[in-house]
Design a protein around this ligand. Structure first.
Ligand code: DGP
Length: 116
């Protein structure tokens, strides 16, 4: 279920190239074009969902899949023990710029809290 004007649906459809590091039945993950850490991967569901606000009860398993993908990626990137962050921005006020939900998986450097 892809949306015509969605950048990440275009990556899913292979219309826009990306450095894909993980694929499953429900999700894919690729390196962020503007990395904010040595490892910065975006995990996205194959199904188009614009924001966290659009999630429904039936999406529980899908959201779990995104986090299980993040865990796998953290191990693949060798940052699972050191620590990493897996976060999702919701709407423009929180910095969301692409309206297809995505988990930012960041690591490979010290990460401070709270984020800006
Ligand atoms: P957010 O600001 O939370 O919506 O994050 C969107 C991220 O998507 C941002 O970190 C940059 C990344 N991004 C935008 N366009 C592209 C693209 O064409 N390819 C890749 N790989 N990442 C992109």
């Amino acid at each position: 279920m892809s949306q015509e004007d969605c950048l990440f649906c275009k990556i899913l459809d292979g219309e826009i190239p990306a450095d894909i590091v993980f694929e499953s039945d429900s999700a894919i993950a690729f390196r962020d074009i503007n990395p904010q850490a040595p490892t910065h991967v975006l995990v996205i569901p194959r199904r188009h969902i614009a924001t966290i606000n659009d999630l429904e009860a039936g999406d529980r398993e899908l959201v779990g899949d995104l986090y299980l993908a993040a865990k796998q990626i953290a191990h693949m990137e060798g940052m699972a023990d050191e620590g990493y962050r897996a976060v999702m921005n919701c709407n423009a006020g929180a910095g969301q710029s692409v309206f297809h939900i995505h988990l930012h998986v960041l690591g490979g450097r010290g990460l401070t809290w709270p984020p800006g």
